[in-house]
Design a binder for this molecule. Sequence first.
Ligand SMILES: [Zn+2]
Ligand SMILES: [Zn+2]
Length: 335
Amino acid sequence: MYLSKYRVLLYYKFVNIDNSEDYTKEHLKLCKSIGLKGRILIADEGINGTVSGTVEQTEAYMNALKADPRFEDMVYKIDEVDEHAFKKMHVRHKNSIITLLPEDDVNPNEKVGKYLKPKEFYEMLQRDDVIVVDGRNDYEYDIGHFRGAIRPEVNNFKEFPEWIDENLSEYKDKKILTYCTGGIRCEKLTGVFLEHGFDDVYHLEGGIVTYGKDPEVKGRLWDGRCYVFDERISVKINNTEEDTVISKCAHCGEESYRYINCTNDDCHKQHICCEKCEAEQEGFCSDSCRQYIIEHPERDARLRLKEKAKMYERYNQKHEKSKEVVNKLQKNNII
Ligand SMILES: [Zn+2]
Ligand SMILES: [Zn+2]
């Protein structure tokens, strides 16, 4: 049996947190004392996090939270991985754990769509009186989505209410089916649909990652990969013979789901690029970005990496991060 050393936890809960600012500091101490890495948001309305650590560390964290009545019943999506999926540990205090504009904000404890288990969602996907709406950003949709889902033209969750009004108003008599990575965005998105005059609104409980692990549906009807906000960039969802790659390298058009950032720091555009083209194009998203760096050499992302590598060398630092920087430079023939 394959025994992995590390895990990634993904979780959230909408629950009232008093003195949430103080609790944020307390929570950071807890995470650091355990040795976790990741990103956690804390607000009056709850907690939203994704962290990585060894099996023991993640167990210790879940046990610590189970002992707190507010988080006793929190659900964790657990992925087995080979190493940490984050570089640092951040716990940040925010006004909300998933942000809409103040005038659009909804409270999932008061108004929310109907939850569907993976099997129920799978069955609903195949009806012809439903409209399936991806609850994520356009770049997440582009590397993978449920078959037949509408691609929302939003770069940011806050843009959803306006996009819904402008594009979906004619579907108010249909069933609306939404989904997102771990389920948190749909907790508010379904509330927005209800507020905007849609009556029959459903969402996928536990999100895409739970759907992929369901022993019965096994990710069926999911095409491509699922974007995740950690070092892995994307994960596999469809565990059947139907699994496909749906995205293409921006340069050569080969099937690929590798997202990289443009070498031009003033562009930094996340684009799909195969390994071969990354080397050939030096990580630039376009010729104009390559041109731009000839004129503005100080904005070359490789310079930043080289500086870092030099600094690590100067102070004789041999930690994981320094090895990673040097590896990247070597792989791209920079040093
Ligand atoms: Zn390519
Ligand atoms: Zn660019």
